[in-house]
Design a protein around this ligand. Structure first.
Ligand SMILES: Cc1ncc(COP(=O)(O)O)c(C=O)c1O
Length: 384
């Protein structure tokens, strides 16, 4: 039996992860060097200076492009640096349409940095494609989406929005951090670029920051390579190596995250102290059908309503297996309070508009034994 296209896990483990040609080392080496020796002026082995290129980084960029189905990718020092790189692809006078419920750091970057350089932004509910159409302006150059959103788990239809945007010559960028390419591949649905905070599921072990932009066109990749060289927010070879190590187990981790996530969501949905659960895997989620169509799993991100700041605090003080902290996507269960953590920068009024309450708690379900996670939540919720 011949197979022309290796499967996802084979790509994760082997693409860009080939044995080191110099030594046969089965794991990609960490090329910890700032510069490269040249034989004579202009004669070198393809590497001149580490801000411009590094072999460990090259390997990671090849690997992540293969996982998302892009033609190339460029990695940056954090997810925010990757999103910043996206913004630099626009010019003063350009307009960007974005979802109204993004990771809080994204509108902070757009509104408090890029708005000072002549970019304009319109934030809308992207779960309805007609809102996107209404928000387009003569100078709109980009639609920026997060699906599912953080923390409300709202979805948008990547294919429908991409089709619409392309009719107007507009590019679509999707932040795919929550699902990872294992459960959702926006490029296959029409997106032009995909970004990740690799800090989350791609790395998966809560031990390094990073960000990536996956491209579909050589000119995007060239622009971003120029930006790595010109602005320098590149990812260190050690962090690249951590992600190369992490992605080898992405598929098995995501399957376990998803399995535990479904059980935790079911448990929370039945709990009498929990007023509402936001999880696309629940049949009660308003976009459950779109979730089944667009993603091949529902993942590990769940938000739920405890009713008040006091209730949220009461339960968050009690968790023991779950760790109270920012971030997500690690093997350990992380639980957080969006209003004071990830979405503090959005402001009270902004949070009220999109529906992030003081009683909302977000959980990134890890891959511990699910019985232990459930028992921990049970004793913590008893404090309310
Ligand atoms: C969906 C999403 N995108 C982007 C980011 C920013 O990534 P980083 O923290 O790696 O800069 C985060 C961080 O939490 C996130 O949750």
């Amino acid at each position: 039996m011949t197979r022309n296209h290796p499967g996802f896990s084979t790509r994760a483990i082997h693409t860009g992860q080939e044995p080191d040609p110099a030594t046969g080392a089965v794991t990609v080496p960490i090329y910890a060097t700032s510069t490269y020796v040249q034989e004579e002026i202009g004669k070198h082995k393809g590497y001149e200076y580490a801000r411009v290129s590094n072999p460990t980084r090259d390997r990671l960029e090849t690997n992540l492009a293969a996982l998302e189905g892009g033609i190339g990718s460029r990695v940056f020092g954090s997810g925010m640096a990757a999103i910043n790189a996206i913004a630099t692809m626009l010019k003063a006078g350009d307009h960007l349409v974005a979802g109204h419920n993004l990771y809080g750091g994204t509108p902070r970057l757009f509104n408090q940095v890029w708005a000072n350089f002549g970019l304009t932004f319109t934030y809308i509910d992207t779960s309805d494609v007609t809102n996107v159409e209404r928000a387009l302006q003569r100078n709109t150059r980009m639609v920026y989406l997060e699906t599912p959103t953080n923390p409300l788990m709202e979805l948008c239809d990547i294919r429908a929005i991409s089709d619409l945007a392309h009719q107007h010559g507009i590019e679509v960028v999707v932040d795919n951090t929550f699902m990872s390419p294992y459960f959702q591949r926006p490029i296959e649905l029409g997106a032009d670029m995909v970004i990740h905070s690799t800090t989350k599921f791609l790395n998966g072990h809560s031990d390094g920051l990073g960000g990536v932009v996956v491209c579909t066109k050589p000119e995007q990749s060239e622009k971003l390579a120029f930006l790595q060289k010109a602005a320098g927010a590149i990812l260190s070879p050690f962090e690249c190596w951590l992600i190369l190590r992490g992605v080898k187990t992405l598929a098995v981790r995501m399957l376990q995250h998803d399995c535990n996530g479904r059980k935790v969501a079911d448990y929370l949905a039945k709990h009498k102290k929990v007023q509402k659960v936001f999880y696309p895997g629940l049949a009660s989620h308003p976009q459950h059908e779109l979730a089944k169509r667009q993603m091949s799993g529902f993942g590990a991100m769940i938000a739920f309503e405890t009713g008040s700041l006091e209730n949220a605090n009461k339960m968050l003080r009690k968790v023991r297996v779950c760790s109270l902290g920012e971030s997500l996507g690690g093997v350990e269960t992380l639980i957080s309070h969006p209003a004071t953590m990830t979405h503090a920068a959005v402001g009270e009024e902004g949070r009220r508009k999109i529906g992030i309450t003081d009683g909302m708690v977000r959980i990134s379900v890890g891959i511990e034994d699910v019985e232990d996670i459930l028992a921990d939540l049970d004793q913590a919720l008893a404090a309310i």
